[in-house]
Design a protein. Structure first.
Length: 237
């Protein structure tokens, strides 16, 4: 998993940070530095197809609708032991559910504010919490690119400069998020790496699903093995 992510990051850095394939071409000045001709600087509002906050929860002890909150979002992965649950009787708008390739941005409080996660799962029942901002793009490679750059230190600094409020109540308002400027490559250049990037990230998504399935199986079997209810020979039969 780490190796796949390292491959993806190395490719993105070469293309979209170091501009290696474009070094022989013309560069132009922008408010975010020199960029290849044909690229531009634009706001997240223009780059994204949708920017919205998650849902205000109606908590219950357990349900079929887990809530992906800021504590669950660890950036590179989701720590699902911190899932809370929403009342199944409450209808939640589709826009507040996690969609595959959503870019999730923690938007309130200290410690995790500005943390970015690319949601790779295909589940249709996970609800995004109200304190997470959902950034959606028109295609997969744009989402991968957006998640990558927003995690970079220079963009984390831009995010930090957009924070308002006082200590303990720091917030990234949705209006400030929409105004954040990013370097937007020519779509043809993004499409050049689309096939390889999508293969890597779909493979990562598949691996994460397999790991989660094996973890759940271990959690079921281990107590039974420890108690003697189940024998190793039973697993082989």
């Amino acid at each position: 998993m780490i190796n796949l992510e390292q491959q993806a990051q190395a490719l993105f850095k070469a293309w979209f940070v170091d501009f290696e394939p474009f070094k022989d071409g013309k560069f132009v000045e922008s408010e975010l530095g020199m960029i290849p001709e044909g690229w531009k600087v634009e706001s997240l509002a223009d780059f994204c197809s949708e920017i919205t906050r998650g849902n205000t929860p109606n908590y219950v002890e357990y349900s079929s609708h887990p809530i992906l909150n800021q504590k669950v979002n660890k950036g590179s992965f989701l720590d699902k032991q911190y899932y809370k649950y929403n009342d199944d009787a409450i209808l939640v708008p589709v826009s507040k559910l996690a969609h595959q390739w959503d870019v999730l941005l923690n938007s309130l409080g200290q410690g995790t504010l500005g943390r970015v996660h690319l949601y790779k799962e295909m589940s249709s029942n996970v609800i995004i919490d109200q304190f997470i901002t959902i950034l959606r793009t028109s295609n997969v490679v744009n989402a991968i690119y957006l998640a990558y750059i927003l995690k970079r230190p220079d963009y984390q600094s831009i995010i930090e400069s957009s924070i308002t409020g006082s200590t303990g109540m720091w917030v990234l308002t949705i209006n400030n998020i929409r105004k954040i400027k990013i370097i937007s490559p020519n779509q043809n250049e993004l499409n050049e790496v689309r096939d390889v990037m999508e293969k890597i990230y779909f493979k990562m998504a598949k691996n994460e699903l397999e790991i989660e399935s094996l973890t759940k199986l271990r959690e079921i079997l281990l107590p039974k093995l420890m108690s003697g209810e189940l024998k190793i020979n039973d697993l082989n039969s």
